[in-house]
Ligand binder design. Structure first.
Ligand code: ZN
Length: 90
C-alpha cells in the first residue's frame, strides 16, 4: 500500500506510523474505573470497509495525516494533513 503524503508525495506505507482511528478516543478521567480504562486501552473496532485513520510520516517529514482508506481493498481514497482537518472542524 502506498500513501500520498501531501508534503513528500507517494511513499510506501512502511514509512508511516499507524496511530489508529482518526476520531479521537475520549480519554477517561483518571478515576473513571477499570472497565472504562480497559476499553480505552485495549478495545478497538476492526471495520471492513472505509475508515479514517491517523498516520504519521515517521520516516519522512513527520507530518500527521488523516488517511481515508478501504480496509478490504487497501485503496487509499484521500490523505489530508491532520492540521487542516482540525482547522476545518474548528
Ligand atoms: Zn511526508
Amino acid at each position: 500500500m502506498r500513501i500520498e503524503c501531501p508534503i513528500c508525495g507517494s511513499r510506501d506505507r512502511r514509512e508511516f506510523y499507524y496511530r489508529g482511528d482518526a476520531i479521537a478516543l475520549a480519554r477517561p478521567a483518571p478515576e473513571a474505573g477499570d472497565d472504562l480504562w480497559d476499553g480505552y486501552l485495549h478495545l478497538r473496532d476492526n471495520p471492513a470497509g472505509q475508515t479514517r485513520d491517523l498516520w504519521q510520516h515517521e520516516s519522512g517529514c513527520g507530518a500527521w495525516l488523516v488517511v481515508t482508506r478501504n480496509t478490504v481493498t487497501h485503496v487509499v481514497q484521500a490523505v489530508e494533513l491532520a492540521s487542516d482537518v482540525k482547522r476545518a472542524m474548528a
